[in-house]
Write a protein that binds this ligand. Structure first.
Ligand code: NAD
Ligand code: MLT
Length: 321
């Protein structure tokens, strides 16, 4: 005979759906107070039914949290983005549905800034090209002659959190830094040793252009055909912000026609991106959206959003992370 245990009421823990990889540290912060479920947020056929009983949803950038997804989540109270950009979350639709949206705005900015510097240097010195050639048994020194950063002009588009960290990290290379950011006070930029100028001036003067803008209606295609006809042919362009801000077709033509000397691209208009005309070009170095992919950044993003989810589900004030 089995011993008889009195049955209490079933304990219904709030359900947190983790739709993309979340750090162990983030899962640990959630602890035992929640029922944590996992799904592949990039796969709509998995995501939509999985939303039915969910109180909180945690995503990175591959999950589109749009009006359709929200309509499948009648219990949803909070969407947490384990990172910076909120362009994959329809914040207006969420707000209309009474769903709070939180992110981890500082979690990966150091990683993104460091990756930007890596792509700038890789592009200046043909690191990836020399590496591939040598591994293929080719010792090509003159073909991969690069350029110095010293005394060059770096143009930063968007002098926000990441743009500022990039400026700080590049300053010791002896570069002159200019930036286009109409929302920033010139005095604030001057404190960092950066001159605020117009977009036209950045295009005209910069030897390196690095993009650190949010993706929005205003910024999609900001660097397109017209702009890529206005740059120096020696310019190298790096985008660790969002795909589509630099128009990929226009960039391809400019690189191919020698109107742009090189590019370092971490983000693509459509991701995952495993097939792009840009991949055919020798003067392009690419990474698969790795800007935030460090252990440190993922731990910070995971723990910050897990804390915000706990506070939001407890009905408490959620401070900016
Ligand atoms: P931020 O909000 O701190 O800075 C953005 C800056 O752009 C602000 O200073 C703002 O004034 C400026 N800006 C906004 N609209 C503008 C416009 N139309 N023209 C000119 N300037 C404009 O953002 P952040 O944390 O620095 O992030 C920058 C970008 O990097 C975002 O797109 C974010 O999603 C992306 N990001 C990518 C990765 C990655 O893994 N590749 C990692 C982190 C962040
Ligand atoms: C971000 O906006 O935080 C980044 O793109 C990082 C990511 O989603 O991996």
């Amino acid at each position: 005979m089995h011993p008889h245990f009195p049955k209490g009421p079933p304990v219904n823990k709030p359900v947190v759906l983790v739709a993309e990889e979340l750090s162990e540290a983030g899962l640990a912060v959630l602890g035992a107070d929640f029922e944590v479920r996992h799904t592949d947020g990039a796969d709509r056929a998995q995501l939509l039914p999985a939303l039915a009983e969910v109180d909180a949803l945690i995503v990175r950038s591959a999950t589109q949290v749009d009006a359709e997804a929200l309509s499948h989540a009648p219990r949803l109270r909070v969407v947490a983005r384990a990172g910076v950009g909120l362009d994959n979350v329809d914040v207006a639709a969420a707000t209309k549905a009474g769903v709070m949206v939180v992110n981890a705005p500082t979690s990966n900015i150091t990683s993104a800034a460091e990756h930007t510097v890596a792509l700038i240097l890789a592009s200046a010195r043909n690191v990836a090209q020399g590496h591939s050639a040598l591994k293929a048994g080719e010792w090509k020194r003159s073909k991969y002659t690069g350029v110095e950063l010293d005394a060059k002009v770096v143009g930063i588009l968007g002098l926000g959190r990441i743009g500022q960290l990039v400026a700080q990290r590049l300053a010791p290379f002896g570069v002159d830094i200019i930036a286009y950011d109409p929302y920033l006070q010139p005095a604030r930029a001057a404190q960092m040793g950066v001159r605020l100028v117009t977009l036209e001036e950045v295009l005209k003067q910069a030897d390196f252009i690095t993009v650190h803008l949010p993706k929005s209606k205003e910024t999609i295609g900001l660097i397109g055909e017209r702009e890529l006809h206005a740059v120096k042919p020696s310019v190298r362009i790096v985008n660790v912000a969002r795909g589509g801000i630099v128009d990929e077709n226009a960039l391809y033509s400019a690189l191919k026609e020698g109107r742009v000397a090189g590019a370092g691209i971490d983000v693509f208009a459509k991701e995952p991106c495993t097939d792009s005309p840009l991949f055919e070009l020798d003067n392009v170095v690419v990474t698969p959206h790795l800007g935030a992919s460090t252990h440190e950044a993922q731990e910070k993003a995971g723990t910050q959003v897990a804390r915000s989810v706990k506070l939001a589900l407890a009905g408490e004030f959620v401070p900016d992370a």
